[in-house]
Design a protein around this ligand. Sequence first.
Ligand code: GLN
Length: 475
Amino acid sequence: MTSQWEPITVLAAKVQAGEAKAVDLVERALTTIQKKQEFDVVIALAAQRARERATEIDAKVAAGESVGRLAGVPFIAKDNFLTFGSETTAASNILKGFEAPYQATAIERLEAEGAVCVAKANLDAFAHGSSTENSDFMVTKNPHNKTKVPGGSSGGSAAAVILDMAPFALGTDTGGSIRLPAAFCGAVGLKPTYGLVSRSGVVAMASSTDVIGPLTRTVEDTAAVLDVIAGRDELDSTTIDRDKNPYVDLGGHVAGKKVGVIKEYMTDGLDKEVKKQVEVAIDKLRAAGAEVTEVSLPSLSLALACYYIIMPAEVSSNLSRYDGQRYGFSHPDAKSLDDSYNWSRSEGFGKEAKRRIMIGTYVLSSGYYDAYYNKAQKLRTKLINELNDAFKKVDFLIGPTAPSTAFAIGANVKDPLQMYLTDIMTVGANLTGIPAISIPAGMVQNMPVGLQLMAPQRRDRALLELALGTEKILG
Ligand code: GLN
């Protein structure tokens, strides 16, 4: 699919030079959203605010003032980012009608460079899911085939980019939610190093793995967005220093790079056709001069179990703030505080949020804390150690992003465990905090395949370089 959008840096340069108008770019985005409504991508438009901001940017250009590195570039934010100009719901009934009192740091940074948020994208409610079917509002359709899921939880963001609604979208990745939909929709999706992008103003899911990242059509565009949102923020104490070099203007060479193919990802449960595509990509890397070897990380086979203990534990804690008193839905018939808590949460939360609250509360309860939560934390440490050892031998790891291409809408909704298995290749990077990116690597039966590349913590720039090189080779 070709795009109506030029590369982000080109668009911004044209706006800066007065050769393109921010208002026209915003209208183009809004028109495309309107035309492609049947994919159920967008929860809310921020049309009025977007038009006002675009008008301001054009006026500044006319007055010779500086307008920023992303001047006039429209984007779509997953609806778990606090933004002005529309509600922020996290696709949950419990937050319906919620108007953010401040904006997420990532949004503020993008706006400071002239980018314009035009809409909020659908997601699995509270980002719990792998298909966007857990949204309380609607099920987003895959741009390549409307009977299939777009992946999740940032399914709306990935679909938006591939449907050409905007040059980029923002997503969040707690266990794969940027990379999986990127793979299923044929987009580029980056999960940066834990802490590289501030999460201030993003609805918290599991705080020890939550990260923010871009979804785009190209690695170059992803780099342009990361370059604006990365870096320390006093509003998020987990943030780290960004690379002192820019994340843009990368060479993209792969020759001589030491790349380890993750053995555990290439065997059990991997679709044969997907495997073939990944092997073709690996062969091309090798042919281009990369030093490819096989790497084994035995604990990875337990990463999914580990994630589905730690994540719900943190979810149960993070969701306790939605009690009907301060945010969103409050049950109108409750006469006592206890009833208000109980009824607001019972009616406000969907099935999946409740499931996670119950599992999380269980694994944290005094009788089971050691058996589950503590054990999972120990395993997490073991995984980190294995990974550190692997990164002594190779600079990068490679494998598929998901065990299959996008599945049919409805195929896994009645079987949460089957749904959780979709995350088997993505959760490892979250538990260990390393950066990982999914880039398109061909098609299987007209559905995109995602290739996943990973690097040690804080090596996001090197990862983008390898991704750019790989993207070039794969064509
Ligand atoms: N699919 C995973 C889950 O449901 C990951 C979600 C995410 O990264 N937000 O937990």
